[in-house]
Structure formats: structure tokens, C-alpha cells
Design a protein around this ligand. Structure first.
Ligand SMILES: C[S@@+](CC[C@H](N)C(=O)[O-])C[C@H]1O[C@@H](n2cnc3c(N)ncnc32)[C@H](O)[C@@H]1O
Length: 227
């Protein structure tokens, strides 16, 4: 039977349409058209391929992962495909019918799982959408046995903030996703992580091409799980 839920937003380049962003504003229609026909195939697709390849390496060894803000679950699904035996679960603040991994909706604050439920808890391009990044990081650490993996954005000067904000706006707000326009510097990211008891095991900037030095990845380990 054909689903009555129309996919609204594709987060994947692999030809799997997901559903997301239920409050799409009418005024956003031309921007959505532009993003779908230019940004997604030519910029977002290569970016996502590079990101997922790196994430596949970084989650190696984990058996159960939680993908916070999983969107349509495409990343979790690709990680499971790459690693037989890996189980990915998602949580989202919006309803995600048709998500490619089992996904729970929640209030965006308290992660609906007990302490130390997952080997690794990840958030890809999510934390800068949340009003309180340290609180979210703390929750991620709580439900992880050991690892937290963050891919997000960072600023490196005034112009980068304006550029990232513009991209963030155009690729989210017309699709019904709220933006906070908060992109911590690398120093601030490190401080947040330290303050919530996470030690940096790996820190890198994804190399996606000229003018894109704003994609940090942090593989973090709970300080009380070190050793
Ligand atoms: C740019 S999308 C990224 C989706 C997915 N992680 C990916 O990389 O394809 C940001 C997502 O974060 C979700 N989000 C925003 N605030 C959140 C929160 N507090 N907890 C969980 N998800 C949240 C949004 O609904 C949206 O799906």
C-alpha cells in the first residue's frame, strides 16, 4: 500500500527519500525548489558522502549507537550497512514517519533512555540547532557507556558566521527546521565538552573543499570511563 505521508525533505544522497520538517512555510517554496535542484545534488551530496565515510570509520567497534536528531535516519542506516551487527536507534524532536532507523520522538531535552544505554551517542549537524548545547552534550554523555561523537559547525571569523548562517537558514528554515544561528568557536566547543566531563580523543576538521573549514568532528570519551 502506498504511504499517505509525502516525503518532504531528503537528507540523503543515496536515493532514499525521507520525511521531515512538518511545518514548511509557504514563503519557503522557491527556496526549497532552489535547494533541492542546486544545493542538494551539487554541494550537499558530496558533503554527505565525505561525512558518512568518516563517521563509518569513527563508529567502528560500537555495537549500539544512538543518533540524536537523526532526521530521516539515512546516516544511521548507512552506518548499519557498513558494519554488520551495528544497531542504530534515532531520536528526534519532530515526528519522523518513514525514518530509516527506529526513531523516537522526544521533547528535545531529556533523552528518553536510561544512563549508559549505548556504546556511542552521536549528533550530526544537530547541536547548533539546540538552545543549550552543553545541556544536550551532558544528556548525550549520560546515555552513553563511553563514546560521544559530534559533527557540527564552528566559526572562524565574522565572514564565516555570516556564510554559515546563510546556508543554515536556506537549508533548514524553509523546510520547517528551527535554527539558533549559534556556531561555537573550536575553543568554546572544547570548553563545553570539558565542562560536561568529556575528553577529546580525536578532533578534526572535515576537508570538503575551499571555504568549508567549518565542519569539526569530535570523538569524545567520558572522563569517568577513561582507561
Ligand atoms: C540539519 S538536520 C540534521 C539531521 C541528521 N542528523 C543528518 O545529519 O542528516 C538537524 C536535525 O536536528 C533536529 N533537532 C533539532 N533540535 C533537536 C534536539 N534538541 N534533539 C534532537 N534533534 C533535534 C532537527 O529536527 C533536524 O532533524
Amino acid at each position: 500500500m502506498e504511504s499517505s505521508v509525502r516525503p518532504k525533505r531528503r537528507y540523503t544522497t543515496e536515493g532514499v527519500a525521507g520525511t521531515h520538517g512538518s511545518n514548511q512555510p509557504l514563503w519557503g517554496a522557491p527556496i526549497r525548489w532552489f535547494v533541492r535542484h542546486t544545493w542538494e545534488p551539487y554541494v550537499d551530496a558530496p558533503y554527505r558522502r565525505i561525512t558518512v565515510e568518516r563517521l563509518k570509520q569513527l563508529v567502528e567497534g560500537a555495537k549500539e549507537i544512538l543518533d540524536v536528531g537523526c532526521g530521516d535516519g539515512a546516516i544511521g542506516a548507512q552506518l548499519m550497512e557498513a558494519h554488520g551487527g551495528l544497531k542504530a536507534t534515532g531520536i528526534e524532536i519532530v515526528d519522523s514517519p518513514g525514518a530509516l532507523i527506529p526513531t523516537k520522538q522526544y521533547d528535545g531535552k531529556r533523552i528518553p533512555f536510561p544512563d549508559e544505554s549505548f556504546d556511542l551517542v552521536m549528533a550530526t549537524d544537530v547541536l547548533h540547532h539546540t538552545p543549550d548545547i552543553p545541556a544536550m552534550l551532558k544528556e548525550m554523555a549520560r546515555v552513553s557507556k563511553r563514546y560521544v561523537l559530534v559533527k557540527d559547525h564552528t566559526v572562524y571569523g565574522f565572514f564565516s558566521r555570516a556564510w554559515i548562517s546563510l546556508i543554515d537558514f536556506a537549508t533548514n528554515v524553509p523546510f520547517g527546521i528551527h535554527c539558533e544561528y549559534n556556531y561555537p568557536s573550536l575553543e568554546t566547543w572544547r570548553r563545553y565538552m570539558d565542562e560536561v566531563g568529556l575528553a577529546i580523543e580525536r578532533e578534526e576538521l572535515l576537508d570538503i573543499g575551499p571555504g568549508t573549514r567549518f565542519h569539526p568532528i569530535f570523538l569524545l570519551v567520558k572522563k569517568n570511563a577513561c582507561g
